[in-house]
Write a protein that binds this ligand. Structure first.
Ligand code: SF4
Ligand code: SF4
Ligand code: SF4
Length: 321
């Protein structure tokens, strides 16, 4: 009975949240309040986190979530990483704590940052190949669905970032009798065995949170899920597919460097590239650069050719509506 009430409340919260997010998006778009996009993004991230918690209580839907996430990336590029991923939200909250404590973040050397982005493709390939290395694949596992959910559970790796923190089912991860989880906890449990699951999950938690305290969105720089979603922007053959695009008007750029400094994953292409389409596989479409670029119409986010958001001249407050 209690679970049913919770489930209904969650559904209501998700629908109300989506409706409110839609209203906020329309307001920001119509009134050109580009400098408020971060608030909208945080709100959408929270609604998405609640939705994933709800969906995760139906284990039969997991494959469906994976399909939806990949479908989103085909249409919208890495929008999922910037706006919907729960792990991304936790790492952004760590950044908010760091800011509140007035602690400076570190930037990785550009070469190292780019190498990490390449490493995530290797990790992705490793996770796909690993089941074959672990032993023969049984005949019953050969369908894609069974393969993904098979003994090694590649699905747990790819869905790792959306695993909810609190889970309404029994888990080997318990604190004071309460089952809990964390991104990638199920794959860590699979490898560690029940005896070491708790300690290894805590170690992973400490490492990912502490590293993101020092370097913004550190895990995102080599996350295998992020790599798989980035493929549409990575390879020229797929590049034409996503509708969501970031573009720059070269004549309006003064090379002030703000876009480079504010980007949470240190994408430098917005600063370095000449005008036109500047969407890259490293960019999560979080729009922080569009929000902070202080030159009118210099950076734009467009969908199928229609401008959704563009940079505003916030250096002169009278020009901000
Ligand atoms: S890179 Fe991975 S953890 Fe980061 S936002 Fe994307 S899916 Fe989530
Ligand atoms: S913030 Fe805008 S004006 Fe400044 S370097 Fe970036 S794109 Fe150019
Ligand atoms: S380039 Fe801009 S939109 Fe892309 S991740 Fe960096 S700040 Fe976000």
């Amino acid at each position: 009975m209690l679970l049913e009430i919770i489930s209904e409340l969650l559904k209501l919260t998700i629908f109300a949240g989506l409706a409110l997010a839609g209203i906020l998006a329309i307001l920001i778009w119509k009134k050109n309040l580009t400098t408020k996009v971060t608030y909208l993004r945080t709100f959408v991230q929270v609604v998405a986190m609640i939705a994933f918690f709800y969906i995760f209580s139906y284990t039969t839907w997991l494959l469906l979530i994976l399909v939806v996430i990949f479908a989103i990336s085909i249409v919208l590029g890495r929008f999922f990483c910037g706006w919907l991923c729960p792990f991304g939200l936790y790492l952004d909250l760590v950044a908010v704590i760091r800011k509140t404590l007035n602690t400076r973040y570190w930037s990785l050397p550009e070469k190292l940052n780019r190498s990490l982005h390449i490493l995530r493709y290797l990790l992705l390939v490793f996770f796909i190949v690993l089941p074959f290395m672990l032993g023969p694949i049984e005949a019953w596992q050969w369908s894609l669905a069974k393969f993904l959910m098979g003994p090694f559970k590649p699905i747990s790796v790819l869905l790792g970032p959306v695993e909810p923190l609190i889970i309404p089912w029994e888990s080997p991860l318990k604190l004071y009798g309460l089952s809990f989880s964390y991104p990638y906890a199920s794959i860590i449990t699979f490898y560690s065995g029940e005896n070491f699951a708790l300690i290894n999950t805590f170690i992973f938690m400490a490492l990912t949170l502490a590293s993101s305290f020092v370097v913004r969105r550190f895990w995102c720089r080599f996350c295998p899920t992020g790599a798989s979603l980035a493929i549409v922007n990575r390879f020229r053959v797929f590049k034409w597919i996503p509708f969501l695009r970031l573009s720059k008007v070269e004549e309006k750029c003064t090379k002030c460097g703000i876009c480079k400094r504010v980007c949470p994953v240190q994408v430098t292409d917005v600063y370095e590239q000449k005008g036109g389409d500047i969407t890259t596989s490293m960019c999560m479409l979080c729009l922080r650069c569009v929000e902070m670029c202080p030159y009118e119409d210099c950076l734009k986010l467009s969908m199928a050719g229609k401008t959704l958001f563009k940079s505003r001249n916030w250096l002169e407050p009278s020009k901000i509506t």
